[in-house]
Write a protein that binds this ligand. Structure first.
Ligand code: 13P
Length: 285
């Protein structure tokens, strides 16, 4: 089923697992994200930055994801990641995305609340879910970079207030993760996450999944992470394999042979992550 975030995340809370939210970087790798989920029998979130959605075409993304979700009978949510302006959000919703993130983390707390609330009202009238963010996640993504001096951990009381005032469906938390961290791993602040989970009653989202150690996945999931974003790892591995094919192949060979290894790698990573995200080693509460 082609569905919004709410439907997926509430089931994840009930059964204590997290849902992989995989950033596609082009149209080539997108179908393999959904095929990976289908092969694992799991729901999935396909997400794209406004830049990628613009490049592929918002409506093209909707057509592909919706068709595959219905034909393959997989639960898929199509989510706009880190939108900072309202025009991009409107474009995505009008095209048929089922979920959007408004990232007001660069604004003052008050502006972030007011703008997020405006997005929520617009989106909810159209059955579209909204992810908000408070605190600052480090790293660089789509040209937006945050230095370690700017990183602000999410304050649990602010998180409660933000959710209450905005009515967001999910909240991205800043607990030490960084976007784009593929050469090293990060130290996540699990005690802080626990405090946020104890107080906040919406599903929590972790960004910068590439830089998170696998051994930390169970602690993140057991403390309320219901949407787990992974982007850079797919991009880096796709580039590595496609670059190798391009270097080694003749220019008159069909281009598809060059991208298939990259797409297959994306599918393998998606399947491996989903296997871990199911959190099968932790008994249900
Ligand atoms: P990475 O690219 O670091 O995996 O983070 C993805 C993400 O958080 C998208 O918002």
């Amino acid at each position: 089923m082609y569905t919004n975030l709410n439907n997926l995340l509430s089931k994840a809370e009930d059964l204590n697992y997290t849902i992989g939210a995989f950033n596609t970087h082009n149209l080539e790798m997108l179908p393999d994200i959904i095929r990976g989920a289908k092969e694992m029998g799991a729901p999935v979130i396909v997400q794209a930055s406004a830049g990628t959605a613009e490049y592929i075409g918002y409506d093209v993304m909707v057509a592909v994801v919706k068709t595959m979700a219905e034909k393959y009978m997989v639960d898929v949510c199509l989510h706009l990641d880190h939108a900072r302006n309202l025009e991009d959000i409107e474009k995505a919703i009008e095209a048929g995305f089922t979920s959007v993130m408004f990232d007001g983390s660069n604004l003052s707390f008050k502006e972030n609340i007011l703008k997020t609330k405006q997005v929520v009202e617009f989106a909810h009238e159209r059955n579209v879910s909204v992810e908000g963010e408070i605190g600052t996640i480090g790293g660089t993504e789509e040209g937006i970079s945050t230095t370690s001096d700017d990183i602000l951990y999410t304050n649990p009381d602010d998180a409660v207030y933000f959710v209450e005032k905005t009515n967001v469906d999910a909240l991205a938390v800043a607990i030490g993760t960084n976007h784009g961290q593929y050469r090293s791993k990060t130290e996540v602040n699990i005690p802080l996450l626990k405090k946020i989970y104890d107080k906040v009653n919406v599903p929590l989202v972790v960004h910068g999944g590439t830089g998170i150690k696998e051994e930390d996945y169970p602690d993140l999931i057991n403390n309320g992470i219901r949407k787990f974003n992974v982007g850079t790892e797919l991009n880096v591995r796709w580039n590595e394999l496609v670059r190798k094919e391009l270097d080694e192949s003749k220019v008159n060979r069909s281009i598809r042979y060059n991208v298939i290894p990259g797409n297959t790698k994306v599918k393998d990573i998606v399947k491996e992550k989903i296997g871990l995200f199911m959190n099968l080693n932790t008994p249900l509460k």
